[in-house]
Design a protein around this ligand. Structure first.
Ligand SMILES: Cc1cc2nc3c(=O)[nH]c(=O)nc-3n(C[C@H](O)[C@H](O)[C@H](O)COP(=O)(O)OP(=O)(O)OC[C@H]3O[C@@H](n4cnc5c(N)ncnc54)[C@H](O)[C@@H]3O)c2cc1C
Length: 381
């Protein structure tokens, strides 16, 4: 089997699904390939910054009807110092990826996007004008496409990884999350530091809470991959977490992901534009990887439209995307990576909390510099 399309998107997370809907509404044919089957749980803190509010509505998500928790207060704790609490400059909504990604996938299909689930792209080769994708599903097939968008998230497939990236050793983290029934304020997001990582907890739909942590992969390795042991022996050194993991009823199985890195990555490779985490991941403590994924999809859709209308060539498409990506995200990634480095050091985290308690405006400054303004809604015509 062989399929021809104008745009092929690898990966159906927030970046891929948003790009699919936007580009389809622009009038182009779109095929999206996702290796898993919707709906599925994904490691994520599930707090989406309100900078995505307009675009979520534009995409057609009935956000208002869902009565999602509005989260506008923040608390951070460290085992050896006083907690810091603050109002969030922008705030966010709590929604599970199980619900959000599945709904976007349905919207994409309604728009006419051909979505292949349970299908994995194994290779992309460049022809003279188009790209050929080898897809592995119940049967193998090929897709010929004028444009390819890589929205495969933080774990890059080999065909999209540059030689430099393959050779650079990286300090890796592991993420884990589950949904729990908790007796906590719904307008509050908490971040609890422990030696080797941090754990966030905030409300989502259906009166549930998402508890999600990021931990040095070495610690998980030392505990032979036993997450429950990690939770009771490492995370529990922060007394808040001790109580959260023992007292609150678990409502979903724990899901985990390895290979979480925060080093800068290329924004494109061989004419493929990278969206969302594929282009570099913002540390989760910033709480806006989801909005950035959506925003990058809007930026990519605009240059793809210019290219498919014949207004620019492929090289210009890549150059224009990289330039708009850099002006939207480069600085906030730098700031978030600095904060992540601080959070990796016990003493530095404790000191930061003390400083924030003395000068709360510094917290607001840090929070603002890792976020952007309202994501612009796409120009379709
Ligand atoms: C521990 C942790 C906590 C976080 N908490 C938050 C938070 O609270 N708020 C926030 O805004 N952000 C948070 N983030 C970040 C956020 O989850 C990501 O930034 C966001 O999911 C990026 O979306 P994406 O579409 O780029 O990638 P993803 O959502 O990862 O989607 C990529 C998709 O591509 C598919 N795929 C991969 N390879 C292939 C292939 N070869 N063929 C076909 N399909 C493929 C995958 O199955 C996946 O569905 C957190 C991240 C971590 C690790």
């Amino acid at each position: 089997m062989s399929i021809k399309t104008e745009v092929a998107i690898i990966g159906g997370g927030l970046a891929g699904l948003t790009a699919a809907i936007v580009i389809r509404r622009m009038g182009f044919s779109v095929v999206l390939i996702e290796k898993k089957k919707y709906p599925f749980h994904k490691v994520c803190g599930e707090y989406i910054s309100l900078e995505a509010e307009d675009i979520l509505n534009w995409l057609g998500l009935p956000v208002k009807n869902w009565n999602l928790p509005i989260i506008d207060n923040f608390r951070i704790t460290h085992p050896q110092t006083k907690d810091f609490r603050s109002k969030l400059p922008l705030g966010g909504l709590g929604i599970s990826r199980f619900k959000l990604d599945d709904h976007l996938k349905k919207l994409a299909e309604i728009e006419g996007v051909m979505v292949y689930e349970n299908s994995k792209v194994n290779q992309v080769t460049n022809g003279e004008k188009s790209h050929i994708l080898d897809v592995f599903s119940t049967e193998t097939f090929q897709i010929e496409s004028d444009v390819v968008l890589g929205a495969f998230g933080r774990n890059k497939p080999h065909f999209a990884t540059s030689e430099t990236e393959k050779q650079t050793p990286q300090k890796g983290f592991i993420g884990a999350k589950m949904h729990i029934q908790a007796d906590l304020p719904k307008n509050l997001i908490e971040l609890h530091h422990f030696s080797g990582g941090y754990c966030g907890i905030s409300a989502i739909e259906n009166d549930l809470f998402c508890i999600c942590y990021l931990i040095d992969s070495q610690i998980v390795k030392e505990n032979k991959g036993d997450f429950q042991k990690v939770e009771t022996s490492v995370l529990s050194r922060n007394r808040n977490l001790d109580h959260y993991f023992s007292d609150f009823e678990k409502r979903t199985e724990r899901v985990s992901t390895a290979g979480v890195y925060f080093s800068p990555r290329p924004i494109s490779n061989n004419g493929i534009l990278f969206l969302g985490d594929s282009a570099g991941m913002i540390p989760p403590l910033a709480g806006n990887g989801m909005s950035m994924a959506i925003h990058s999809a809007v930026l990519a859709s605009e240059v793809v439209k210019q290219f498919l209308l014949g207004k620019i060539n492929k090289q210009e498409m890549v150059k224009n995307y990289e330039s708009s990506w850099n002006s939207a995200f480069k600085n906030r990634l730098k700031m978030a990576r600095t904060l992540q480095n601080i959070m990796q050091i016990d003493f530095a985290t404790r000191l930061s909390l003390d400083v924030f308690n003395l000068a709360p405006s510094l917290f607001k400054l840090a929070a603002r510099s890792t976020h952007g303004i309202q994501i612009p809604v796409p120009k379709i015509l």
